[in-house]
Design a protein around this ligand. Structure first.
Ligand SMILES: [Zn+2]
Length: 814
């Protein structure tokens, strides 16, 4: 393939300046490290001298963070890798330049030298290092590369500044090469540096994570790696299957094509016996598991990894994928090894499965999976909140699994998921509604209610799914003898459509999106049936919840943490149900597919979703029993951080009205999101049997105002009414809303005024003991009146307490 790099006009003629010493003379007494790029360590001067004899010859340049900050918010983890580059050394007289090529722009189809040159000259290269030759001999030059390797190649200072963590600068005096991880091998040279950054005004995140926030020391890693040989075969990318791609422009293509070009990402996995239906690979893919990962996680991660070996069998490979123990002396950042690292942070966050990809071909060079240790605490919160801690189950009978098995079920799937990314697979957020067809979805635990007790035994899947096999076959299987690869891949994709396997990925699973089945952390084949089902399970869990959710002797405030996943058990499912309103299912289709690319959600389903969501706003569903409220204690003395933060306007007391308002604002705010409102209007115009936006609003308003605002559930009803008014006001004043949406919102506000006026007599001299509902209705009517007199600006939106993530399997603060 033509990568526009090598057409350097000048022959790289080493300058034989007699003034320069020979390499041998210059490096006498230094420690020599022969390898791909040999280097010499000058222990006296603290210098790394790099020997260069490969001029204008491209190699891969990989950079990473060897050590981290430990802050979830900053994402500067140990093992964090950057994008792979194609680089080369250029020499002009005494100068040597370290240049990054630009393989995003190519002339690949019908290349000519002049076309290639035109593309090359139309775009940039990046010269990231410059050196002066200090010694030379037979075309080999020696340069002092110390400062090149002591630069902030990961861009930590810029990232801290962007995150408002202060202005840090690199301090040369406190930075040095890290020799234990600086080594040369026949096909790669690895260099690591310990860098110290200084700031007089360190940000809070750094202060929280460093012994002295003014000085921040971490290690960054550089790998200079021989390009993989030409034996790798690229595979075409297809939007209909969740195999990641790399994109570039090919300016050699004709006008009736598209310059933008994609190739699938995958490992180099080739059958040893190409004619055999099943064959071992020439080289298996081996991932090395961090020796730091303790049991029982260790076994869970290996089992999750082993699932892929089974999937590769379905793609025709025997023993193609293994997870092995990392030898203690292996450098996890060494470009030759795929690794799974154990990463710690001060709170739960994402595990992640990135890889270095050859930007020319899409070949996966090095996988660097990071599994976070904190996640399991969040998973255990879910278990303990639902079932109670070991042996003392709320419902009197064990929930089918114990806490450890529950958490490890999740971690097996979790390691399979992150490894899956590094095999080239994207998320498939629709897979669960297709019968748990993929581990590349975000799974919520399946909590079932059977004969009056909870059953958690089927909480997470116990192996890979059908879609995983399909995706791996797409990326790795070779066509049967005689069949063309293109036809083989197209047939696979048609087969998937015939079986009803679908694929939707980021960002199409977001809360404002239109595809109900494409939602994170949701179970079931029908999101509306599922909302009914989880509503019953949730009510059971809320009513059963008591102090047995924590161990004897643990601080009682921990119950708030355990109660969060219980109260928000239905969170993802109502989010999915909301997507039915203004709902449109869709696919990443291509012409010729049998399945339609878009399909509106039917009127029956939209109205059923509205009914179920309205029920979720009833005081019966929002209420928390007094027995539970009484034990949700304020934070204990001496406790630091961690756990989800509930909205707490009534602090130090637990704010049950605020908790209800969070649910209400997510539901009502979700329904009245500007893009959803615009879709409801647009879809009603296409199909008048679908509800109009006014019908959607009338349903919200009429149901909420039909409920008694006095008595036991009155405060919760009033809170929901507040949220509805806030969200209507927000939509009416939203710059993102269409005029039709704003008109409907104002219509909804007028309807509220009319409804509120009938609920209570506005008598300021009435009985103070029962005045709450009157006060509430008076205020609402007044707020709306003020809106009509003087339109509010968009930033005067909902006052409902914010929150996100409680129903997901990591606790997230506001
Ligand atoms: Zn993922």
């Amino acid at each position: 393939m033509a990568v526009l790099t090598a057409a350097a006009p000048l022959e790289a003629q080493p300058d034989t300046d007699e003034g320069l010493p020979s390499l041998a003379a210059y490096t006498e007494g230094m420690e020599a490290n022969p390898g791909y790029f040999p280097f010499y360590w000058d222990g006296r001067g603290g210098r790394l001298l790099l020997e260069i004899d490969r001029w204008d010859e491209p190699f891969l340049y990989l950079t990473s963070l060897a050590t981290g900050v430990g802050s979830n918010a900053l994402g500067l983890d140990r093992g964090n890798i950057q994008t792979a580059h194609v680089a080369r050394f250029e020499r002009v007289g005494p100068k040597v330049m370290f240049v990054l090529d630009n393989p995003r722009f190519r002339a690949e189809t019908d290349p000519t030298e002049t076309l290639e040159r035109s593309v090359e000259e139309s775009f940039l290269t990046s010269t990231v290092g410059g050196f002066t030759v200090v010694a030379e001999e037979d075309g080999r030059a020696l340069v002092d590369a110390t400062s090149f390797f002591l630069r902030d190649v990961v861009g930590v200072a810029a990232r801290l500044q962007a995150a408002n963590q202060g202005t840090y600068r690199l301090i040369a005096d406190r930075s040095a090469l890290y020799l234990p991880r600086t080594r040369a091998f026949p096909e790669n040279t690895e260099v690591e540096a310990s860098l110290t950054f200084e700031s007089e005004r360190p940000g809070g995140e750094i202060q929280r994570h460093a012994p002295d926030g003014r000085a921040m020391t971490l290690r960054q890693h550089h790998s200079l790696v021989m390009l993989p040989d030409d034996g790798y075969e690229t595979r075409r990318f297809d939007p209909r299957i969740g195999v990641f791609g790399i994109g570039y422009y090919d300016f050699g293509k004709p006008f009736d094509d598209d310059y933008q070009t994609m190739l699938a990402r995958r490992h180099r996995l080739v059958k040893a016996d190409l004619s055999a239906e099943m064959s071992e690979p020439v080289e298996p893919v081996i991932y090395y598991l961090d020796p730091a990962v303790p049991e029982p996680y260790r076994t869970a991660f290996k089992v999750g990894g082993e699932w892929w070996n089974r999937v590769f069998e379905a793609a025709g490979f025997l023993d193609a994928f293994r997870v092995e123990d990392m030898p203690p002396d292996m450098d996890p950042m060494d470009a030759r090894y795929h690794v799974i690292q154990w990463v710690h942070r001060t709170e739960a966050g994402s595990s992640i499965g990135p890889s270095f990809i050859d930007p020319r071909t899409g070949e996966i060079i090095k996988a660097a999976v990071r599994m976070d240790s904190y996640r399991s605490l969040a998973n255990y919160n879910t278990f303990a909140g639902a079932a109670g801690v070991d042996g003392d189950w709320y419902a009197g009978a064990p929930p089918g699994v114990d806490g450890e098995e529950f958490v490890m079920m999740r971690r097996r799937q979790h390691s399979a998921h992150e490894i899956g990314h590094t095999l080239g697979l994207a998320h498939n957020f629709i897979a669960i509604s297709d019968g748990h067809a993929s581990v590349m979805d975000y799974p919520a635990p399946v909590v079932e209610l059977r004969d009056g007790r909870l059953d958690l035994s089927g909480a997470y899947r116990a192996g890979p799914g059908a879609y995983d096999t399909l995706a791996i076959r797409y990326a790795y299987a070779s066509p049967p003898p005689g069949q063309d690869e293109d036809a083989f891949l197209s047939q696979l994709l048609l087969e998937a459509q015939e079986r009803g396997w679908r694929f939707i990925t980021n960002p199409d699973a977001g809360a404002d999106n239109s595809h109900p089945d494409a939602t994170w952390w949701v179970n079931g084949n029908d999101v509306l049936d599922e909302l009914e089902r989880v509503g019953e399970v949730r009510r059971f869990m809320i009513d059963s919840f008591d102090e047995r959710a924590i161990e004897p002797g643990e601080p009682m405030h921990k119950l708030r943490e355990r109660f969060a996943p219980v109260y928000f058990h239905h969170r993802a499912t109502y989010e999915a149900a909301i997507k039915s309103i203004g709902g449109m299912e869709y696919r990443y289709g291509v012409r010729g597919d049998p399945e339609p690319v878009t399909e509106l959600v039917s009127a029956d389903r939209v109205r059923r979703a509205m009914e179920l969501l309205s029920d979720a706003l009833s005081p019966e569903q929002l209420a928390i029993p007094e027995e539970v409220l009484r034990i949700l204690a304020p934070r204990s003395f001496g406790w630091i951080g961690g756990g989800p933060s509930w909205s707490n306007r009534a602090g130090p007391a637990f704010d049950q009205i605020g908790a209800a308002a969070t649910v209400a604002s997510e539901i009502v705010g979700g329904i009245l999101a500007p893009s959803r409102a615009a879709r409801v209007v647009a879809f009603h115009a296409r199909d008048p049997t679908l509800p109009s936006l006014e019908e959607v609003m009338a349903k919200l308003v009429d149901d909420a105002w039909a409920r008694p605002v006095d008595g036991a559930g009155g405060a919760l009803v009033r809170s929901v009414q507040d949220v509805i008014v806030d969200e209507l006001l927000a939509l009416a004043a939203s710059a993102a809303a269409t005029t039709e949406s704003r008109a409907a919102a104002e219509w909804g506000l007028r309807r509220v005024q009319a409804r509120a006026a009938t609920v209570a007599s506005f008598d300021p001299l009435g009985d103070a003991r029962t005045a709450s509902s009157s006060a509430h209705s008076t205020r609402l009517v007044g707020d709306i009146e003020r809106y009509f007199q003087r339109p509010w600006s968009t930033d005067q939106g909902s006052e409902a307490p914010a929150g996100s993530g409680w129903a997901r399997d990591r606790p997230v603060g506001p």
